[in-house]
Design a protein. Structure first.
Length: 762
């Protein structure tokens, strides 16, 4: 049997049963058959033949349903397009498919006039709502259903005949025309017949764009099962709840963002949704938390997940009703006649539970992409459809979808899947929607950027969201950037359009990268400019700044003076003596506390407090030293710097330890690999940050102490003498020397860190 036969069967068995419910309108199976026969006869009489391509361009409405069955009855091919597409998007499709007819609303009149000049084959146009409009040689839908014959169509059709072209939404690139046959159209209703107890007693809520594959497949299921379909014309949550209540909807499916909108409706308890018995969430990745929230609100229904694509007609997996409560995180088991497996990068099937690309085989796989044999050959290899989605299959055969292959982020040599981070973000009680994309990073290759939409009336800080993530994610998976937005861009089917987010991120990153790549030049230049303006115009000059030129001349003189190097040597000796003592105290203590979980947890508040403040907040300690002896001054230097080193070391060790555990649980890897790819890139930046900060502090503190203790040698001694003798350019030249030494050591540390990470990752 084919879809046409299903409709005729319902006319015999239940002619007066409502098929289409639309607002206050009801169309029975008998009415649907009569109306579709009338439209089919008009198309035949106008010259449309079997195999001709006819565009359907409607929003969700009964006219689409009638026109869809009319086209199938005469053996033409329905080219279903979204009415929200722009003319620039639709014109190439009209030209590519060489359509002979179009059924649409009169509101598309200007576009149809325009495209008709570009597509000579387009001769037959049927429009709805044409009353009072000049439609010339076009056909009025209303006039057809008033006057046209409703005789039965008897054109012979075969299961292998092409019957439907669906253009993908284009969220992963250019829209492609998926070619489906009569056999493909019967696959979904026959599969659902075995997978779920759907019967003539049910009403299916259809809110997804009817031009999406959901439209045709739900129509096909309707005529196979005898159920009714509630057609909802807007993706507004209150409209959806109104339809569920008034039409007594029992089965409803949509993408996750629509279910989230429904959950956010105020006074939801005023809507009677007691008729609902099954909801099915479809999408690349469905948040488990959303499934649970919906189940808690409506405890009498079964919340299921399904997985598939337009190219697979579309269903590949579905949750079994009996397993629904314990398998909410899963996208279900393979449906009858569908064969699934997970393959690695080498194309070979992976072991149970391991991650890889989802591939599928079976009669539901499309015939191919229209006029695109190269893409077809790339997607279908040896009969297996390569989805481009990442997933794993557990020991019970349940599929878990992780995300898109091309969305995977490689950070520091480790794979990070945005969906993992999104799931954590969505579990935050204040977060309504979240999307994560990878952005370029000079050190790690890529890092995560999270975009978050908060629930209505909620407020949250970056620190709050990131702290929540830190408790649940390995540190290499942590978002390095977080942005709050009022909404996320969506595709026509309600999916988050990550391509747009990536483009936004890329624009942002261009400026960030431009500045970061030139920071060594831009920073000093800006400083010199400010210095020049203050010294030249004397607007505000509390430091009695001399001109940059006079300081440069003094600096040149000092660099060629042998005496300055004697003073420099003494300062460096004092600095490194204290610094190495600080290292000997700080690093062992940091490692010990970092691995000692109870100690770390007890000190976590203190650690976060000190990490949240700049190192210069320790200066009050140094100021206390001015009234005590030299030994005490040195002790304070060592204590302060070891504290900075300790805090950063234990923070790095603790995070890398937690990350190591998470990595070991989720992937099989050698200790060497984990050290090189996890421990080294994860812990080292924190530890070296502590060492760098402590070194900068040490030189600054030593120079300050040299000034006030009254030593006879050291850079501080030179600064003090120059100040006391009013040699202001010489004083600033010595300060510049101190700053350049600190800057050079800082850069040296960064270079050493990069070399160590590179060495470890070889």
């Amino acid at each position: 049997m084919i879809v046409r036969d299903y409709l005729e069967k319902q006319v015999i068995e239940r002619p007066n049963k409502p098929a289409i419910l639309f607002k206050e309108e009801k169309i029975t199976f008998s009415d649907l058959n009569t109306l579709s026969n009338q439209v089919a006869n008009r198309l035949l009489n106008a010259g449309v033949k079997k195999g001709d391509r006819v565009v359907l361009l409607f929003q969700n409405c009964p006219e689409f349903c009638v026109s869809y069955f009319a086209i199938l009855k005469i053996g033409a091919i329905a080219v279903v397009l979204d009415f929200r597409l722009s003319p620039a998007e639709m014109e190439p499709i009209f030209q590519e498919t060489e359509v002979t007819g179009v059924l649409t609303s009169v509101r598309q009149k200007v576009f149809i006039d325009r495209v008709r000049k570009m597509v000579p084959s387009l001769q037959h146009i049927v429009v709805t709502g044409a009353e009072g409009e000049d439609i010339r040689d076009w056909h009025s839908y209303e006039e057809i259903i008033e006057k046209e014959s409703s005789d039965k169509i008897s054109i012979p059709l075969q299961e292998e005949d092409e019957s439907l072209y669906l253009y993908t939404s284009g969220t992963t690139g250019r829209s492609k025309g998926v070619v489906l046959t009569n056999d493909h159209l019967t696959y979904f209703p026959e599969t659902m017949h075995h997978a779920l107890p759907i019967s003539e007693q049910d009403t299916f809520g259809l809110v997804l764009p009817i031009s999406h594959i959901s439209g045709p497949i739900v129509m096909n299921l309707m005529v196979e099962s005898g159920m009714s379909v509630s057609v909802i014309d807007e993706m507004k949550p209150k409209k959806i709840l109104d339809a569920i209540q008034s039409h007594r909807v029992t089965v409803f499916h949509a993408v996750p963002p629509i279910f989230q909108l429904i959950l956010n409706v105020p006074h939801w308890e005023r809507y009677d949704c007691s008729s609902l018995k099954i909801i099915a969430m479809m999408g690349t990745v469905v948040p488990e938390q959303l499934m649970r929230e919906f189940s808690e609100r409506y405890p009498d229904l079964s919340a299921l997940q399904g997985y598939g694509a337009t190219e697979t007609s579309p269903l590949l997996t579905l949750t079994h009703l009996k397993d629904a409560p314990r398998k909410m995180a899963s996208a279900g088991k393979a449906v009858p006649r569908a064969e699934l497996k997970i393959i690695g990068q080498d194309g070979k099937e992976v072991e149970v539970g391991q991650m890889g690309e989802i591939v599928a085989r079976g009669p539901q796989i499309m015939k191919g992409y229209f006029k695109d044999p190269k893409t077809t050959a790339r997607k279908i290899k040896d009969g297996w459809y390569h989805s481009g989605d990442l997933g794993r299959i557990d020991e019970e055969g349940y599929l878990y979808v992780i995300g898109r292959v091309d969305e995977m982020v490689v950070s520091g040599g480790l794979n990070v899947y945005p969906s993992e981070v999104e799931t954590v973000l969505l579990n935050h009680p204040k977060v309504q929607e979240a999307a994560v994309v990878g952005i370029p990073d000079a050190k790690r290759g890529q890092v995560m950027r999270a975009i978050v939409v908060l629930k209505h009336g909620e407020t949250a800080t970056h620190r709050e969201i990131l702290s929540f993530c830190k408790e649940r994610l390995a540190s290499f998976k942590m978002p390095r950037q977080l942005e709050f937005k009022d909404f996320l861009p969506k595709s026509r089917t309600g999916k988050i359009a990550k391509r747009q987010l990536k483009e936004t991120a890329t624009t942002y990153d261009k400026w960030r990268d431009f500045i970061s790549e030139r920071e060594a030049f831009i920073g000093p230049l800006a400083l010199l400019l400010i210095w020049y303006l203050i010294s030249a115009f004397q607007w505000v000059n509390p430091f009695f700044l001399p001109s940059p030129w006079s300081v440069f001349l003094e600096l040149k003189k000092l660099l060629f003076s042998q005496g300055v190097y004697i003073h420099l040597g003494q300062t460096l000796y004092r600095m490194f003596s204290g610094y190495f003592l600080a290292i000997l105290l700080g690093i062992p203590l940091g490692i010990m506390v970092g691995y000692w979980e109870k100690a770390y947890n007890a000190l976590e508040f203190v650690i976060e407090f000190f990490r949240g403040f700049p190192a210069t907040s320790l200066f009050p300690l140094f100021m206390l030293a001015f009234g005590i002896g030299d030994a005490a001054k040195i002790a304070i230097v060592i204590f302060s710097c070891s504290l900075v080193i300790t805090i950063n070391t234990l923070y790095g060790v603790r995070n890398s330890s937690k990350t190591r555990q998470m990595v070991a649980e989720t992937m099989k890897a050698s200790n060497t690999y984990i050290f090189a790819r996890v421990i080294l890139p994860d812990a080292l930046p924190y530890i070296t940050a502590g060492l760098r900060t402590a070194l900068s502090l040490t030189i600054i503190i030593v120079v300050i102490l040299e000034m006030f203790i009254g030593t006879d040698k050291g850079l501080g001694h030179l600064i003090y003498n120059a100040h006391m003798t009013y040699q202001i350019p010489e004083m600033y030249a010595t300060i510049v020397i101190t700053g350049l030494i600190g800057y050079g050591m800082n850069k040296g540390f960064i270079k050493l860190e990069e070399e160590l990470i590179h060495w470890g990752g070889r």
